[in-house]
Design a protein around this ligand. Structure first.
Ligand SMILES: *Cc1c(COP(=O)(O)O)cnc(C)c1O
Length: 378
């Protein structure tokens, strides 16, 4: 079976893990943690990088650091992995779920500007959602599938409505927007190093930021908010730090990030070139502003095809293909959350399949996958 996405661990991973064992630094202090943070800060284009135990805890911590509290609303797109919404819930807040743009599959900036103008009002407490009376505390756009969202209009809206921003860039390490690295734009950008991401640490996350105050506060909160060397804690903190063991794997992977991202882009290019002329088939978006990290590749099925049936047909041929994230507003925990109409997300999600795209996928296997798709979609 050609797998969907498996990690590529043929670099210094074993060597660095041995070093962890021999040095006894296996927990959340150790030389690999600092090195990992420096390497990711460089790739993100930020001065600071604070490591966390996962992308989800990174998002939760970033929102907390930006002041998201009980009962607040945080704006997210519907088309994302459930962790985006869960991070909001972990703050005691609720997501306000927006539809996506058909061109980018990311948070629709025009819809956002229009909806905020109509449905919110500024008060001493901040921006208030009129029908619920709840405070809108932040905007959390998602760089979907490793592709940067259209950042400029979102920053303009965030400034106009005085809203802090956290980007869920979980799978977008290595991507650029208008030739600048993604960490430069929003208040915080959070990356994930889960096993299926382009660069993995087994598990882990990073909050990247250029804001020294945010970086210090995030670090403080991530390590139980301890002050000094005694057991004195000045806030309700978390135990959210990455371990030296995870960071060791992360460092070995970061040494190869350029190679991995190039490979992901080659895989995407090869699928697109071979599938673009098939009747009714759509491609994943690739806007001109983006240097796309192409975390996942796949296609949009023609109208009358069913994802589960197409995946099953590919499985019989030895190919692992998958459906894509069910939008957040359709997930049981978020059925009651405020949401815009979801015309674009609902038209799209049941037509997307993701295809094998591990960084060690060879051209021969990829050509086999392409020929099988042509058979299955005939
Ligand atoms: C992977 C991913 C996450 C979660 O990261 P974890 O490290 O698995 O917690 C969040 N958001 C998006 C968009 C992701 O792709």
């Amino acid at each position: 079976m050609i797998p969907l996405a498996i990690p590529n661990l043929t670099g210094n991973e074993s060597l660095y893990l041995q070093e962890c064992i021999q040095s006894t630094f296996v927990s959340s202090v150790g030389p690999f943690v600092n090195r990992f943070e420096e390497m990711v800060a460089k790739a993100a284009g930020t001065k600071y990088a604070v490591s966390t135990s996962s992308g989800t805890t990174g998002l939760h911590l970033a929102l907390t650091t930006l002041g998201v509290k009980q009962n607040d609303l945080v704006i997210i797109p519907s088309f994302t992995f459930i962790a985006t919404a869960n991070a909001v819930s972990h703050c005691g807040a609720s997501p306000w779920i927006f539809d996506i743009s058909p061109d980018t599959w990311c948070l629709d900036a025009e819809l956002l500007a229009e909806t905020l103008s109509k449905e919110t009002v500024q008060s001493e407490k901040g921006l208030i959602h009129k029908t619920s009376g709840r405070r809108v505390a932040a905007i959390m756009p998602v760089h979907i599938l490793g592709m940067p969202c259209d950042i400029d209009p979102l920053i303009e809206i965030a400034n106009r409505f005085s809203l802090p921003t956290v980007a869920d860039g979980a799978a977008a390490l290595g991507a650029c927007y208008k030739e600048r690295k993604l960490g430069e734009f929003f208040d915080c950008t959070v990356y994930s190093f889960n096993g299926n991401k382009t660069v993995t640490a087994g598990g882990g996350g990073i909050i990247a930021t250029n804001d020294e105050r945010l970086a210090k506060l995030a670090r403080h909160l991530s390590t139980t908010a301890r002050v000094g060397t005694e057991y004195h804690h000045d806030m309700v903190g978390f135990n959210y730090r990455i371990t030296n063991v995870q960071a060791a794997v992360g460092c070995a992977q970061m040494e190869r990030i350029d190679e991995f991202v190039s490979k992901k882009r080659e895989i995407r290019h090869r699928y697109n070139e071979n599938l673009r002329n098939m009747e009714g088939v759509g491609l994943f978006p690739d806007p001109a502003w983006s240097y796309n990290a192409c975390w996942f590749s796949g296609l949009v099925l023609p109208q009358h095809y069913v994802v589960s049936e197409s995946c099953e047909a590919l499985k019989v041929l030895g190919i692992e293909a998958r459906s894509f994230w069910k939008p957040i507003h359709l997930q049981p925990p978020y059925e009651g959350a405020p949401a815009t109409s979801q015309r674009v997300a609902e038209g799209l999600w049941q037509r997307i399949i993701t295809l094998p795209c591990s960084t060690n996928l060879n051209e021969h296997d990829q050509d086999y996958i392409i020929s099988c798709i042509k058979t299955v979609l005939r």
